[in-house]
Design a protein around this ligand. Structure first.
Ligand code: FES
Length: 174
């Protein structure tokens, strides 16, 4: 009596006996690799222009100049005082501080910790973030206390015809 029955397939008698499995696998793998390489190639070629745009944007960021924007008249900003403004966009909060006759500093004033607005405290000579007691050096924008680890982005300004203008945002140097 045979030990075969009709229910349990045996090794030599399974349901794929009519398929050359090794060849099937090879074909599958090759086909898959071809598709993969093809897809990667198409993706690489199609993303090239964007890579170039991104690289240009990133490299240009160091000296990114925006349309100059008048912040205030020199006569309206006494030494030691600060004024808030928007730069470069209408939603980018910034602060200009007049440190001496001819010395102005300006920063984007969203705290580099969790983006609370940073204030100039004249009496203490420091820029302070009230949210978690962060402090920044007014001369450089570097964090001096509290949780912030990165400096405030500096805005380059120029004085022309009795007014102070915002010119560009300096890139953050790690
Ligand atoms: S948001 Fe400024 S210290 Fe946390």
């Amino acid at each position: 009596m045979s030990d075969k029955n009709n229910k349990i397939p045996f090794n030599e008698d399974n349901y794929t006996h009519n398929i050359e499995r090794n060849n099937e696998r090879k074909l599958d793998r090759r086909g898959f690799m071809k598709t993969l390489v093809g897809a990667a190639g198409v993706f690489a070629v199609s993303s090239l222009p964007w890579g170039a745009v991104a690289a240009k944007e990133l490299m240009g960021l160091g000296e990114k100049e925006y349309p100059h924007k008048k912040i205030t008249d020199v006569s309206k900003l006494p030494i030691g005082d600060a004024v808030e403004f928007k730069f470069p966009g209408d939603h980018d909060d910034a602060i200009l501080i007049r440190l001496s006759d001819n010395k102005y500093v300006a920063y984007q004033n969203a705290c580099t910790h969790l983006r609370c607005p940073v204030f100039w405290v004249k009496e203490q000579g420091e820029m302070i973030c009230p949210c978690h007691h962060g402090k920044f050096d007014v001369e450089t924008g570097a964090p001096t206390a509290g949780p912030p680890r990165r400096p405030l982005p500096e805005i380059q300004v120029k004085v022309e015809n009795g007014a102070v203008y915002a010119v560009r945002v300096k890139r953050y140097e790690a």
